[in-house]
Design a protein around this ligand. Structure first.
Ligand SMILES: O=C(O)CCC(=O)C(=O)O
Length: 270
């Protein structure tokens, strides 16, 4: 298992993210993209139950089966959900031992893919902590990998984050937990923003190159910046991982090809 240097571990603790450069070669990334392109082109026959979120507006998306998406739908920015479930090339990349070793070290256990998003353009997603939507069974034992599938440019709506924000104590919603109650989001975001101000934390964006991986902590406050140039894509595979040790045995499947783990679940409903 590749080990992280003490500097990397210190910066993970301090900042809540790590950048790994050139984890994948350009040719590996290009072959993955070619396989994704083929899936999208042949979606009517090959996409099965895979879903896609078409982002009609930054805050208004429409979920549909990928096999039903028209060319007009896919002209919008979109996210293909959970390719890891039925598309082996996605598992091959997201469970590659070169990446998994680092993920396993950061969560002190075995990383299990629980969710993946394949972006063609920037997500423009509102600022959030991932624990609002997929809190891990054990505190802080979730990591997220954003794998750059091309050289990114600032105009393509990069990932934006607040270094150090993972150390802000999580907001507790009225049920006492950290997963979001939608009606209480304004208070939760108000709490995070005033904590960021009090700690003097500032936003920064990440613009990576093909093969780079940006890994963030489950409590890092982050989102997607607006797309300034709609002609610039930001092809990215974002993968969320929990820890096998915190899940029930029947919730986890071993991927025979990579020896890595995925959550045992189907595609989300449309
Ligand atoms: O890469 C991005 O634009 C943000 C993705 C994101 O926020 C997420 O998957 O939680």
């Amino acid at each position: 298992m590749p080990t992280l240097t003490s500097d990397q571990l210190r910066s993970w603790d301090r900042d809540g993210f790590l950048v790994l450069r050139s984890v994948f070669s350009r040719s590996e990334v290009d072959s993955y993209l070619a396989e994704v392109d083929q899936l999208v082109q042949n979606r009517a026959h090959e996409a099965g139950e895979t879903t896609v979120d078409v982002l009609l507006q930054p805050d208004n998306s429409q979920r549909m089966l990928l096999c039903d998406a028209t060319e007009a739908d896919l002209a919008y920015p979109y996210k293909v959900n959970d390719l890891f479930i039925s598309f082996a090339p996605c598992r091959r990349l997201a469970l590659d031992p070169r990446l998994r070793g680092t993920l396993d070290t950061l969560i002190s256990g075995s990383a299990v893919i629980i969710n993946s998003l394949s972006l063609r353009m920037g997500s423009q997603q509102a600022m959030h902590c991932d624990t609002f939507y997929m809190p891990p069974p054990a505190t802080d034992k979730m990591v997220v990998a954003s794998i750059c599938l091309e050289d990114q440019v600032p105009q393509a709506g990069p990932l934006v984050y607040y270094a150090g924000s993972h150390r802000i104590p999580p907001y507790r919603f009225s049920h006492g937990e950290i997963h979001a109650v939608p009606e209480e989001m304004p208070q939760a975001l108000g709490y995070v923003h005033s904590s960021l101000d009090a700690a003097g934390l500032e936003p920064a964006s990440f613009v990576g190159n093909a093969g780079d991986v940006f890994i963030w902590h489950s409590q890092l406050f982050h989102g997607g910046m607006p797309i300034e140039d709609p002609d610039r894509t930001r092809k990215t595979l974002v993968v969320h991982y929990w820890r096998r040790e915190d899940m029930q045995p029947d919730q986890v499947l071993e991927d025979p090809e990579t020896g890595g783990f995925i959550m045992n679940r189907g595609h989300p409903p449309v």
